[in-house]
Design a protein around this ligand. Structure first.
Ligand SMILES: Cc1ncc(COP(=O)(O)O)c(C=O)c1O
Length: 433
């Protein structure tokens, strides 16, 4: 068998067969210039260079200008305003570097600080950091001994995590319809769905909009209530108590669409010391002490690298919330006359994690989304009626969840939005309403 010719270093060497050729020489020259610090144009097939993140002191407006935004193909040179844009600064970069240089990357002091920070923000005694908001829900239900034969009440409109967590433990998710105004599980619907088999209920502050906490407590009595506050960090109920303070435990998510993020992560908060201890064991292979395994368990811990990013964001939470609220109020003032927006219980304070709207009956959502995209504004589907996804079975009429599933949309809203971007979002959404 003949030997293969040696691979050409430059890939396509050009018709002359010379190693490199003009293109290759150009590439080398550009790379040499780059190494000396000169930016130079992009090479064919090369990904855009990452830009340095904006500084900790950058205002949201400056920060947004420094972010790379997706190119919008509809408008030559135009930019698509995205639904969300994570806001990271030099504080997050420094925090990661600190952890890397510490030599301790697994759960350590940063995780402990994050747990303490969430407990403090929510007025709870304990925080338990885990690998995602979904893991948080699953572990809490497991720690409450939810299992086969049990029913757990859950709002019908949601990202599927809470319903899936119930199903994965072998229990039955009993879906309750949402209120047509606040889009949260209606307390009356929770009360009506309760049976002798009901073991627990999950209440969701949907899109950061606080539930009617007092009415829920009254409707559920002694039933263990878990608050899915995945989207609700920084929101508060009508009585001023922070979201995350309701029920036996509350679960937060640190996903990039949430108010603070470290890529992936979650935190449980609770006042119950025994429950906190069970959660710590369950997230750690079912290991109570080194080598003492009490149940088969997964590794659902958070690393110190992630926790350090989340801590840097938690330290700026008030600034993040202020920016979100400023943008949300301005957008709601312009869009309220054209769209049915989510409304909160009187006196409550949402964090505006998502700015959602219900399109009128008959309006084609895909065409609406395409019309916004053509004008440079990303609009997304709002959420899901979980019974339609196929994992928890068909569950009778759930008309409000169904309407929001079919006609719900999410509009761009993020703290680093510029005023120009905000005005463009409002102009476009008014024009296509
Ligand atoms: C209401 C709700 N619960 C739970 C989750 C799950 O969080 P995570 O993505 O961190 O697993 C989400 C995520 O979007 C959510 O919206």
């Amino acid at each position: 068998m003949g030997r293969e010719p040696p691979p050409r270093r430059g890939g396509r060497g050009g018709a002359s067969g010379r190693r490199g050729g003009a293109t290759q020489r150009r590439r080398h020259a550009l790379r040499r210039r780059r190494r000396r610090g000169a930016p130079g144009p992009r090479l064919a097939g090369e990904l855009p260079r990452a830009r340095p993140a904006h500084g900790a002191a950058a205002l949201p407006d400056q920060a947004a200008r420094r972010h790379r935004r997706p190119h919008h193909p509809g408008e030559p040179g135009g930019l698509m305003i995205p639904l969300a844009r994570p806001w990271t600064t030099e504080a997050e970069e420094a925090a990661v570097l600190r952890v890397l240089r510490s030599g301790w990357l697994a759960a350590g002091p940063e995780v402990a600080a994050l747990e303490a920070g969430f407990a403090e923000r929510t007025g709870r005694a304990h925080g338990i950091a885990v690998s995602s908001g979904t893991a948080a829900l699953e572990l809490v239900l497991q720690a409450l001994d939810v299992g086969p034969g049990d029913e757990v009440l859950c709002p019908a409109l949601t990202w599927p995590s809470p319903a899936h967590a119930i199903a994965r433990l072998g229990a039955r998710a009993v879906l309750v319809d949402v209120d047509p105004e606040d889009w949260n599980g209606a307390p009356e619907a929770f009360a009506a769905a309760r049976t002798p088999a009901t073991r627990a209920a999950i209440a969701i502050d949907q899109f950061g909009n606080p539930v009617r906490a007092a009415a829920l407590r009254a409707a559920l009595g002694d039933l263990p209530l878990v608050e899915d506050a995945a989207c609700a960090l920084g929101s508060s109920f009508a009585d001023g108590a922070p979201c995350g303070s309701l029920g036996v435990a509350a679960c937060f998510s640190l996903h990039p669409r949430k108010v603070i993020t470290c890529g992936e992560g979650g935190v449980v908060v609770t006042d119950d010391g025994d429950l906190a201890e069970r959660l710590r064991v369950l997230r750690n292979h079912g290991q109570r002490a080194p080598g003492a395994f009490t149940s088969p368990g997964a590794n659902l811990r958070l690393s110190d690298v992630n926790a350090a990013i989340a801590n840097a964001q938690l330290a700026r939470l008030d600034a993040i919330l202020d920016a979100r609220r400023t943008h949300a109020e301005a957008l709601r003032a312009r869009l309220g006359a054209h769209y049915r927006l989510q409304l909160g219980p009187a006196g409550s304070r949402p964090n505006h994690q998502t700015l959602g709207a219900l399109l009128p009956p008959g309006r084609d959502r895909e065409m609406f989304i395409a019309a916004a995209a053509e004008r440079g504004v990303q609009v997304g589907r709002l959420s899901y009626a979980v019974d339609r996804l196929g994992q928890v079975g068909d569950q009778g009429p759930l008309p409000n969840a169904r309407a929001l599933d079919e006609r719900g949309v999410a509009f761009p809203l993020f703290p680093t939005m510029t005023i120009d971007e905000r005005e463009k979002v409002a102009d476009v959404l008014e024009a296509i309403a």
